[in-house]
Ligand binder design. Structure first.
Ligand code: GLA
Length: 751
């Protein structure tokens, strides 16, 4: 069989720049595409028979023909010269988007079921388009960029036999080492076709000398870091829980074995999605690695009738040649500037007090007003009323779905309460769990069929609740109207959007048989739809996401909510690991973190009030305690703590984050820094987890300063030291008496 030659159609929107729009270049002679993002290049080539093949991803390269990297001459079976053993070629070529069933025995990126019930598919190049800016993904969260901030390549490909058009979409960011990818499928053929897998990215590595870093855990123990070298076979993380999950975060980094915070290569992959996902590194027979990420294909299928299309969500890919730390800072900059939206994007968030750990379900109007009165005197700016204000909810066994006020608890109604709180000079926030339905609710009595369920099977309860079928517009509309009634009735300025169980018996009462497997994804699209509606109708409301703590801490959620509750574990020492792990790819400005009471409600540990403040200060900051009941000394400390938070918040929110200690390796201490972008100011925080006998002072090297600049520590303006000395020689942290102690140091440039 002879390979057909492919047709090249180039559409370049930006005419005066030739075949280029800013950072993407097409070398027609070599059929090579070079995507340049800041100091990074990503190169692909249209190889034999029109297969898009991966050439290079790494430090920025000059414009050269790098075809030799594909080692095509080493492969005796290149179809163009020797078609005898085409399957071997398929099994070794580094594909940009590998298909299934024609001899590539590695894991495919997409798979179909055609009208004949067969799953073989193949992907070949047809044409491409390069243009400035970045397209929106219909109905999906994604990073955004102006025309002069990024360039996009759309590679139009086809699976000829089925008539499926597959568009590989790449965007290279001008000022950041970021390439994003997504995929658009359109059925251009005559017959229906099912997508049974539609991942969002595939990156082929020419060797397998990497460690895989993942963020794993459980409820109250989210995003702990694990690192292990790649080995033959497949190493994967995933979620089939209907949410991104406590257990595995949709993030993977492949880093060189020598990579530390400051040196070595790091490739970070983060999925901009909040449902089932899959991320896998596969080491092949030739000791190369294929990395894949996308919607989990287990129990996934999507019917594309003639003319219909499907969009696979975005994967963000970050490259760093200066270790894991620089990779994290690139993610932070990207998410702060190009993902988080809304009025609070660049603003300090109000300091809140949340009544969950203060009262749980046991509160009424008076109790909340008492808390607010005391809190307002201390400088706290917002009262958040958590779970238990609606239906007849006195415990977690009822009323989800009945989003109307529980008058017995909130005597005088919601507006009265909010007005009273506003009179104290405080804002008011409220808790919703809009995706859920309790069997003991008016909503369930009226609409049992609105719960996700499989006909003829018993529904599985979790926290005594079921999940609403958010694929249904009527369900979303109804919840929307109930939420609107509440939001229009009182001056509400913050929502905590919770999601406290995972999905089971995933079946819909309205989808036809051949679309039932679409429900997992349609559910997530439905959640995004309602979040988009609420955030655009109430742009002044600050949305905080939450899912039993941090089970949906993902970039998809960050698109709607500038902050996410990091974990139900508020213990300052447990938070060291949780926040360290979270900061691997998410900005500290997005981490919901509160000072809570002691002994801590999750682990029973008692820590100093100041340490709790210093750890919470790294995030959005607030209180989660009964301020009318805590010890007087703690209450007295709150105004000072708030002043400290205010003093450093701009630095924390906008500066560069450097992890210095590593509690995963040494659990006796931790330290980190925030350095302003102009390097004129830095905050250093140190936590002594355990006091140690006879361990005198500790020398710690600072990071991120300018070596040529001179700095002084605020409490000692006489002593001026160069950034070089502070970073190469370090500072001494004296021996501190006691466990769980904290210190902060503020370095200021000496002019
Ligand atoms: C989840 C949240 C908590 C709290 C409770 C209320 O567990 O993570 O912060 O809101 O729900 O039921």
């Amino acid at each position: 069989m002879k390979c057909e030659t492919f047709t090249v159609i180039i559409i370049v929107e930006n005419k005066d720049k030739g075949a280029t729009a800013m950072g993407i270049y097409y070398n027609e002679k070599a059929s090579l595409f070079r995507l340049d993002a800041k100091d990074t290049s990503y190169i692909l080539k249209i190889a034999s028979c029109g297969y898009p093949a991966h050439v290079y991803f790494g430090k920025r390269l000059p414009d050269e023909d790098l075809t030799y990297l594909l080692r095509l001459d080493e492969n005796p079976f290149t179809p163009e010269t020797n078609n005898r053993d085409k399957a071997c070629y398929h099994d070794t070529l580094p594909f940009e988007y590998p298909s299934f069933g024609t001899g590539d025995y590695r894991e495919p990126a997409f798979k179909i079921l055609d009208e004949n019930g067969c799953s073989t598919c193949s992907l070949t190049y047809v044409s491409h388009r390069i243009y400035g800016g970045k397209p929106k993904l219909e109905g999906l969260p994604a990073t955004f960029a102006e025309e002069n901030e990024a360039t996009t390549l759309e590679l139009y490909c086809e699976d000829k036999a089925s008539g499926l058009q597959i568009v590989l979409v790449y965007t290279a960011f001008e000022e950041l080492d970021v390439i994003t990818r997504s995929v658009r499928f359109e059925n251009k053929g005559e017959n229906a076709v099912y997508l049974t897998r539609a991942f969002s990215t595939c990156v082929e590595f020419d060797d397998c000398n990497y460690d895989m870093i993942t963020l794993n855990g459980s409820w109250a123990r989210e995003r702990h870091i694990e690192r292990a070298p790649l080995h033959h076979g497949k190493q994967l993380i995933d979620s089939m829980r209907g949410e991104s999950s406590h257990q595995n975060n949709p993030f993977v980094a492949l880093v060189s074995h020598n990579a530390t915070e400051q040196i070595g290569e790091a490739y970070g992959f983060n999925f901009v999605y909040s449902g089932n996902f899959f991320a896998q590194a596969e080491v092949t027979q030739h000791k190369k690695a294929r990395f894949l990420m996308g919607i989990n294909s287990l129990d996934f299928s999507w019917l594309l009738e003639k003319g219909e299309s499907f969009v696979a969500p975005e994967v963000v890919m970050v490259y760093s040649d200066e270790g894991i730390g620089k990779m994290s800072r690139t993610f932070h900059d990207l998410y702060r500037q190009h993902l988080i939206r809304g009025q609070y994007k660049d603003k300090r968030r109000p300091i809140l007090i949340n009544n969950w750990e203060a009262t749980y379900f046991n509160f009424n109007t008076q109790k909340l007003i008492d808390i607010a009165k005391e809190a307002s005197k201390l400088g706290i700016e917002m009262l958040v009323m958590d779970d238990g204000w609606f239906g007849h909810r006195d415990s977690d066994n009822s009323s989800l779905g009945d989003w109307f006020v529980y008058e017995k608890k909130l005597e005088g109604g919601l507006k009265n309460l909010v007005d009273e709180v506003n009179k104290l000079g405080m804002k008011f926030g409220i808790w919703f769990e809009p995706e859920m339905i309790s069997p003991d609710s008016e909503l369930f009595k009226a609409h049992p069929e609105w719960a996700i369920q499989v006909k003829g099977r018993e529904l599985t309860l979790c926290r005594e609740q079921y999940v609403l079928d958010y694929s249904r517009e009527d369900v979303r509309d109804y919840v929307h109207s109930m939420m609107k009634d509440i939001l229009d009735n009182a001056n509400i300025e913050y929502i905590k959007w919770d999601m406290n169980r995972q999905l089971t018996e995933v079946g819909s009462q309205t989808l036809p048989k051949n679309r039932q497997r679409e429900l997992w994804h349609r559910y997530v699209l439905g959640v995004y739809d309602l979040m988009e509606r609420i955030t655009s109708e109430y742009p002044h409301i600050l949305l905080e996401n939450c899912s039993g703590g941090g089970a949906r801490f993902d970039p998809g959620m960050l698109y709607y909510s500038p902050q996410i509750w990091c974990s139900d574990d508020t213990d300052a020492i447990e938070r060291l690991k949780i926040q360290h792990g979270t900061s691997i790819c998410y900005p500290c400005s997005a981490m919901g973190a509160h000072v809570s009471d002691c002994p801590n409600h999750t682990v029973g540990r008692s820590t100093p009030f100041s340490t709790r403040g210093h750890v919470a200060m790294v995030g959005t900051f607030g209180y989660e305690l009964d301020v009318t009941k805590i010890p007087q000394a703690d209450r007295d400390a709150i105004p000072g703590q708030i002043a400290e938070f205010n003093k450093y918040n701009t630095l924390v929110r906008t500066g560069d984050h450097y992890r210095i200690g590593n509690v995963f390796e040494d659990n006796t201490w931790d330290a980190w820094m925030f350095v302003s972008k102009d390097k004129s100011e830095a905050l250093f925080e140190f936590i002594q987890v355990l006091g140690r006998p006879n361990e005198r002072s500790r020398r710690i090297k600072l990071c991120g300063l300018c070596p040529e600049k001179y700095y002084y520590e605020e409490s000692n303006p006489e002593l001026k030291l160069s950034g070089a000395a502070l970073m190469n020689a370090g500072i001494n942290i004296g021996n501190i008496w006691g466990d769980y102690q904290s210190r902060i140091l503020h370095f200021i440039e000496a002019k």
